[in-house]
Write a protein that binds this ligand. Structure first.
Ligand SMILES: [Zn+2]
Length: 136
């Protein structure tokens, strides 16, 4: 359990309090943080779904991975994959960073960021594995 500062009387209060026990101000910031973490989780789930779909498509049409442009460069290379499929995870990470800056549900937000980064790493490794299996 962590402590937050009441924005009105500057007293330290538990972050689970909905009302400041000193000045009775409602600490609505908590709801705002809850909303941000939920939003982040929705973005994360959509992102996981998108990447899973991408792998399904690549599995069905592996020739996409073998396509090369006139200069011999892979059209859908690892950098393309990171740009298109991995980077959107930032949509999930940013609300968590805001939550951390606002100093509410900090530990939870940090845990989520770790999970997101780890999943991004797994997807990237999955893509490299797919490339290797196809002999790209
Ligand atoms: Zn207060």
């Amino acid at each position: 359990m962590s402590k937050i500062l009441c924005p009105y009387c500057r007293q330290e209060v538990e972050d689970t309090e909905t009302k400041c026990p000193y000045c009775t101000t409602s600490l609505v910031k908590k709801d705002y943080a809850k909303f941000l973490v939920t939003l982040s989780m929705i973005f994360y789930l959509l992102w996981v779904l998108g990447n899973t779909l991408c792998f399904k498509i690549l599995g069905s049409f592996p020739e996409i991975l073998r396509m090369r442009d006139e200069d011999g460069w892979l059209v859908f290379s690892i950098s393309e994959y990171i740009e298109l499929c991995i980077q959107p995870v930032l949509a999930a990470i940013i609300p968590c960073i805001i939550t951390i800056i606002k100093k509410v549900r900090k530990r939870e937000a940090i845990t989520f960021i770790c999970i997101y980064v780890f999943t991004a790493l797994l997807f990237t490794l999955g893509f490299l594995h797919l490339q290797k299996n196809l002999g790209v």
